[in-house]
Design a binder for this molecule. Structure first.
Ligand code: ADP
Length: 547
């Protein structure tokens, strides 16, 4: 017997329709490429996303065709989120921090038909345009009078000229909720990049789950600033969850430095922000240097790479801002776990509670996870046993776009397909997961594993260390030994021996790195994560002491 409830497809257009009907005056504030602050509302974004829809129809792009963006976080990007996907086309958010060669490869692989770009990316667009014959439409996200006369791009049009003359009326089409809605390429640290192709259904379910109290706890009373770029896994789904709850959104545009972010956080009374640790490092540096405080922030989501304990401590204890340590990946839309406490942890002594908050957290509803050994046997949830972390759920990838890289799923004895995350983790009895390492970053010393995250976290707790990366170096006897590569905070000093002494008593003796290498900068990838592959290349002539 079937249930007798209405069966409406879960579509992205329903999010913007809801936001317009119930939160029309809700504010959307953006710092623009031009440097000024722009103010609009959910109602206005809804009207303009329908104009975008009409403008797309006038280009005669077919259902499912890809429309790419090369843009910072801002209101026009938000309009495209709803306008493109709402019509059944696929929004492809390109990462502007990629090398032009790699970007051209991705544009061609995705068969992008149109590219909408912020004017700050014009040189990048000019560098790739000749290599991307499939792109038929170049749309600059600016007013008509800001369009350069001699861009060299065939048919270049300004976004405002393209869409603002269109009707604000548009009937969003009904479609299968499993239709593709947006896509995002992984950074391709191994081999060519691969794309996750999200669906309307996966996006809506992810938006629901992301807003839950033990996830990001979003409501209409919130003011949210995603520093995480809209080209990095859809800003972790925040634009969609925000439309569902009708919160105020603040977009930082290209200005990601500590001072600019702080100005927006305070000026707009932001209650929650989200970003990778490197961004918060800059913010905290600015605040400490200028003795600033937060007046409205209650929490901040930190994810994308492990959040150092020193950062959690600074936010929690110095600034009274709760850190929501979150873990996920492109293939997971991206939300997997968020670290929020249960009643049982509230009674813990402060130092034990901090230990829990360091973990990547509990699975959000919709994500199932397990850890397995090399033979695929499930390992216990005791907080000690570590193994490959596998996940499954309705917003987790089933296959890559164009079948790239084979079947990403691993099937267990019951025939259930699990996605191997490539992370190594423990899970404790309360369900808190902790990433030990990425499987390719784990250091194997004398048959035992050393967590590079543990080694980095200790270095980062030293007052003179701005950033630390732990990598394994070949060793004739132990196979690999860890070293720690350190970037110092400006104006501070620490010697190799002092830093190595700092490890004493904090981890087992054999896990203490063999050496410290001081560098001016640690290479960061397109999403602000440390690039260990590049770092290993830079250290190719390095020899361990005594070897
Ligand atoms: P890429 O693989 O392209 O860097 P993702 O942004 O999808 O792209 O990265 C996912 C990976 O980032 C995870 O598999 C994990 O290794 C790492 N990661 C994400 N969040 C965290 C976190 N909170 N702690 C530790 N590692 C994290």
């Amino acid at each position: 017997m079937l249930g007798q409830m209405q069966s409406q497809p879960l579509l992205i257009s329903s999010l913007i329709t809801h936001a317009e009907r119930h939160h029309a005056s809700g504010e959307i504030v953006s710092r623009r490429v031009e440097g000024d602050i722009h103010r609009t509302t959910w109602g206005q974004v809804a009207r303009r996303s329908r104009q975008v829809a009409n403008a797309l129809d006038s280009l005669h792009l077919a259902f499912g065709e890809r429309v790419a963006t090369l843009a910072w976080n801002g209101y026009r990007h938000l309009e495209l989120y709803f306008g493109v996907s709402g019509t059944g086309r696929v929004l492809h958010t390109l990462n502007p921090r990629l090398h032009p060669e790699q970007l051209a490869w991705i544009v061609n692989h995705a068969d992008d038909r149109a590219i909408c770009f912020d004017m700050s990316f014009l040189p990048l667009v000019q560098a790739v345009a000749g290599k991307c014959p499939g792109v038929k439409h170049w749309i600059a996200l600016c007013d008509a009078d800001k369009l350069p006369a001699d861009s060299g791009l065939l048919g270049l049009i300004s976004y405002e000229a393209w869409m603002s003359g269109q009707s604000e009326r548009y009937v969003w089409p009904d479609m299968d909720e499993n239709s593709a809605s947006s896509m995002c390429y992984t950074s391709g640290t191994t081999g060519n990049p691969k794309a996750a192709l999200y669906s309307h259904r996966s996006t809506i379910l992810h938006a629901y789950s992301g807003a839950l109290p033990d996830s990001l706890n979003l409501s209409a009373r919130d003011c949210v600033l995603p520093v995480v770029p809209m080209f990095h896994v859809n800003a972790w789904g925040i634009p969609y969850s925000a439309a569902a709850v009708g919160c105020k959104l603040v977009f930082p545009g290209p200005a990601m430095d500590g001072k600019s972010i702080y100005e927006l956080l305070e000026g707009e009374k932001v209650t929650m922000a989200a970003g990778v640790p490197t961004v918060w490092q800059m913010l905290l540096g600015h605040m400490q240097a200028n003795q600033l405080r937060f007046s409205s922030m209650t929490r901040t989501v930190i994810g994308g790479s492990a959040c150092p304990p020193a950062m959690i401590h600074a936010f929690n204890n110095q600034y009274g801002v709760a850190v929501l340590h979150a873990w996920g990946m492109t293939e997971m839309s991206p939300l997997g776990t968020v670290c929020t406490l249960k009643n049982a942890q509230l009674d813990l002594a402060p130092e034990d509670r901090t230990k829990v908050l360091l973990k990547q957290g509990r699975a959000v509803y919709g994500v199932d996870m397990k850890i397995v050994d090399e033979s695929g046997n499930e390992l216990p949830w005791d907080g000690k046993a570590y193994g490959d972390l596998l996940v499954r759920g309705p917003w987790i990838i089933a296959s890559y776009f164009k079948g790239e890289g084979g079947d990403p799923l691993r099937y267990d004895a019951d025939g259930k397909g699990w996605f191997p995350t490539g992370d190594v983790a423990t899970i404790d009895a309360d369900g808190f997961m902790q990433i030990t390492d990425r499987s390719k970053d784990v250091i194997k010393s004398g048959g035992e594993w050393i967590s590079s995250i543990d080694v980095e976290n200790i270095a980062m707790a030293h007052p003179a260390v701005a950033m630390a990366a732990c990598v394994g170096m070949k060793h004739p006897k132990w196979d690999e030994r860890p070293i720690v590569v350190v970037m110092k905070k400006p104006g501070t000093e620490v010697s190799r021996d002092e830093l190595l002494a700092f490890y004493e008593g904090k981890i087992a003796k054999w896990q203490i790195p063999d050496d410290v290498v001081f560098v001016d900068a640690i290479p960061l990838g397109a999403t602000g994560k440390m690039q260990k592959m590049t770092l290993r290349q830079q250290l190719k002539d390095y020899v361990l002491p005594g070897v």
